[in-house]
Design a protein around this ligand. Sequence first.
Ligand code: KIV
Length: 262
Amino acid sequence: MASPVTVRTLMEMKKQGRKIAALTAYDFPFAQMADEAGIHVLLVGDSLGMVVQGEATTLGVTMDQMIYHTRMVARAAKTAMVVGDMPFMSYQVSMPEALSNAGRFLKESNAAAVKLEGGAAVADKIHAMTEVGIPVLAHIGLTPQSVHQFGGFRVQRDHDRLMEDARQVESAGAFAVVLEGIPADISGDITRNLTIPTIGIGAGLPCDGQILVCHDMLGISSGHVPKFVKQYAQLREDATAGLRNYLDEVQNGTFPDKSHSY
Ligand code: KIV
């Protein structure tokens, strides 16, 4: 069995030019499949508010919900590094609250790290967390918890601000940074200027790694598929076909047959 992925593994991968494959996961079976496939990082994203709970934004997700889902994912992960995503208002209000909520991910759900959104504005929180031994994955660019501030899910193009955010989270001690919704030339510049790995989503090829939302890339989510999502499977179609088949067979009396009866 491969050895568990740690913050040091990810740093080494950047140095060696080996790409990092990250994915979101929210429950045991999907985390187990991703772990067995060899995905390096499993992020229990607050995107679960949208793809699991069916909400329009991530803003309503709570700490207790995050802990519940992260525990399931951590139970499944044998080698992948599990990162718990800090939900909206779990780290913004005060330093003590930010620290104790970050600590809950490691104490109560067995995550190996936390993620939080924001650049320069949260550098003090990142510093405090890493000082007490909580590894932090930073997240800059199109940060979905600021959807109302941005006026929608909009690509972020302010080169200097993004570079400054990236530099500040690196100086604060983040072990890697997610770049979301950023033009590829800017993410390339950031990636070349940082010593920590960049993990892109809608940020093009130059990043040190990529992350996608599991339900989007496996074709489970319904509705609009963003440009940056590549669908590697069509599980929604397959599942719906299976469900219709089951309905038909129950109704026409062909299920259960002898081989499925005692
Ligand atoms: O919540 C999430 O899933 C995320 C990723 C898309 C990076 O933040």
